[in-house]
Ligand binder design. Structure first.
Ligand code: ATP
Ligand code: MG
Length: 569
């Protein structure tokens, strides 16, 4: 077996201290786990991973990597009715894409069903577990409340022999679904409700994606989870805060089976993001009801949606490092995630010219049939990305927004009689505005100054605006998908009485523009390739793109809301 390499590609984010990092450092110093760090990421394969999972992945895999340990990918498939291979494959793909590798450590909770059964038998024989015939509803009633103790089940004091016989009967399919459960015998008056004789096994007539029809009983998450960690020799079991109140139960189970490995669980706050729902149940609902095109709709906070939108693994890892790890739940501004994305794209993306809403411009004094190949810089932030040629000719397109017939004071772009610079090309002056019968502007007639090639004038005059443009003869058509937040409310769950998060869906979250004109260097753009369309935004070629019909997703705008938020701060 190769050693586990949990590697994240690319440059490291700055290392800041947090309580998990500090704890592990301490454990390394004291030799608590013999200098070992074993963590795990344990998704339930019942949906696609989202940005919240990405945070957990960065912590679980990130900590293991930082301390030379290993991180396991374990599918928590204790619930037989929900697992689907599609989810398993997408989860593996997403973890890899984020830059992490579980090496040989790919596990399934169902791998341990046999062991869990054995352990349950040990508990029964020790008088620490019993078969209960109460219905699910009765069990709930008997459980008590936060202020009142629970009541003991009349079946609580069955003999070991009777319990063994009934439990084996459960296993062998002798009883109907829901007829009996196995419960831990702890304390029905315990202040922690999780300790009031929790259910360990239930009868289910369901086929499991890996164990088939072998089992008629399936372990509950709370019984299974600690045993899975134990079986794998996990040292630091890092999870979200909602499991904090379950820790005493995991510890109790492990203590009863006193000769087995006992991991340390540590909880951290979940990630919540503004304008975003994060629960898999809600994301599934969006998909099932066709509110989005699928799990990887670029408006979804899923890793596959973010990837399709144009997010990079580096930007997500940097985001995770920047938000850090806390003990208290909070909501992070979506603008911070976009800031991290922009920061990365700014460094790595090629600049190109594209006109989303074209207005035809005829340059009257430019020779008909002439084409010049002009030099354009690929990335002013990175000289090593070089230059490219962009064709210029007599008829070009500019952005409709870049012209106003009757410009207000602060509008410096093109207007009748005014001169502007065309990026990498010439200065042009607008001479005439052509309209159709309805009064819509259909074309501008301009003249150019041949002395200004490349964007400078020998007499030192400098127009106030520089516009992007595309040569009409050379332009390639494209569809562009403009995305806005999927929800209109910062907290999408904040709905009117009787309403749901679905009421807060933004009806304008997707706008499709079909007649865009791109510079010809984009003709062979492959799905996933990212560009800055100059002066507009960052865009990413979509997987629906065909050579004869290019489609681009707007990844993120150039304007930075985060910087503003911080300044306001
Ligand atoms: P959801 O509540 O979205 O359905 P889940 O917690 O049921 O998610 P799991 O598949 O059980 O999803 O999660 C796998 C791991 O990811 C768990 O350890 C969980 O703590 C962590 N995780 C899930 N959501 C978040 C989040 N928003 N922030 C940080 N970690 C998360
Ligand atoms: Mg869960």
């Amino acid at each position: 077996m190769e050693s586990s390499a949990n590697s994240a590609a690319g440059p490291e984010a700055p290392v800041v201290s947090n309580f998990i990092r500090d704890m592990i450092k301490d454990d390394m110093k004291t030799g608590k786990w013999g200098g070992k760090v074993v963590t795990r990421f344990p998704p339930e394969p019942n949906g696609y991973l989202h940005i919240g999972h990405a945070k957990a992945i960065c912590i679980d895999f990130g900590m293991a990597k930082e301390f030379g340990g290993e991180c396991h990918l374990r599918f928590d498939d204790t619930n037989p009715s929900k697992e689907e291979d599609e989810y398993i494959n997408s989860i593996k793909c997403d973890v890899n894409w984020l830059g992490f590798d579980w090496g040989p450590h790919l596990y399934f909770a169902s791998d341990y069903f046999g062991k869990m059964y054995e352990y349950a038998v040990r508990l029964i024989k020790a008088g620490k577990a019993y078969v209960d015939d109460l219905t699910a509803e009765q069990i709930r009633e008997y459980r008590g409340t936060l202020t009142e103790p629970g009541r003991e089940s009349p079946y609580r004091n069955r003999s070991v022999d009777e319990n063994m016989e009934l439990f084996e009967g459960m296993r062998d399919g002798k009883f109907a679904e829901g007829a009996r459960v196995l419960r831990a015998k702890i304390d029905m008056a315990h202040p922690n409700m999780n300790m009031r004789d929790p259910v360990m096994y239930r009868i289910m007539n369901a086929s499991h994606h890996r164990t088939g029809d072998t089992w008629k009983i399936y372990p509950m998450y709370d019984w299974a989870h600690g045993l899975e960690d134990s079986a794998e020799g996990v040292t630091h079991s890092l999870c979200t805060l909602e499991f904090e109140a379950h820790r005493p139960l995991y510890d109790w189970f492990l203590a009863q089976l006193d000769d087995i490995h006992h991991p340390q669980q540590t909880e951290f706050a979940r990630l919540n993001l503004t304008y975003t729902v994060m629960s898999k149940r809600k994301l599934l609902q969006l998909v099932r009801e066709g509110r989005v095109s699928g799990w990887d709709d670029p408006r979804m906070p899923t890793i596959s949606g973010l990837r399709r939108r144009g997010y990079t693994p580096e930007s997500i890892r940097n985001f995770a490092e920047r938000i850090g790890v806390a003990k208290r739940d909070s909501t992070v501004d979506l603008a911070l995630l976009e800031f991290c994305l922009r920061e990365d794209l700014n460094k790595t993306c090629k600049r190109v010219m594209a006109v989303l809403n074209p207005l035809k411009v005829v340059i009257e004094n430019y020779p008909e049939g002439q084409v010049e190949e002009l030099d354009a810089v690929n990335n002013p932030e990175d000289e090593s990305m070089g230059t490219r040629k962009v064709p210029f000719s007599r008829v070009i397109y500019i952005e409709r927004d870049d012209f106003m017939e009757d410009p207000p004071k602060k509008f410096f772009r093109l207007a009748p009689g005014r001169e502007v610079r065309l990026r990498y090309a010439y200065f042009i002056t607008c001479k005439d505005v052509i309209k159709d019968d309805a009064g819509n502007i259909t074309e501008l007639r301009c003249v150019y100054d041949p002395q200004t090639k490349g964007g400078d004038s020998p007499d030192g005059r400098s127009p106030k605006a520089t516009l992007h443009w595309v040569s009409a003869r050379h332009a390639i058509g494209a569809e562009v998908r403009i995305y806005e937040n999927l929800f209109t409310k910062e907290n999408p769950d904040e709905a009117e009485e009787g309403g749901t998060f679905l009421d807060n869906i933004n009806p304008g979250s997707l706008k499709i523009i079909t007649a865009c004109k791109l510079e010809p260097s984009l003709s062979d753009a492959k799905a996933g390739e990212k560009y800055q369309f100059e002066r507009l935004a960052y865009f990413c070629a979509d997987k629906d793109s065909l050579p004869e019909k290019l489609i681009f997703n707007r990844t993120v705008t150039l304007k930075d809301a985060w910087v503003k938020i911080q300044k306001r701060g």
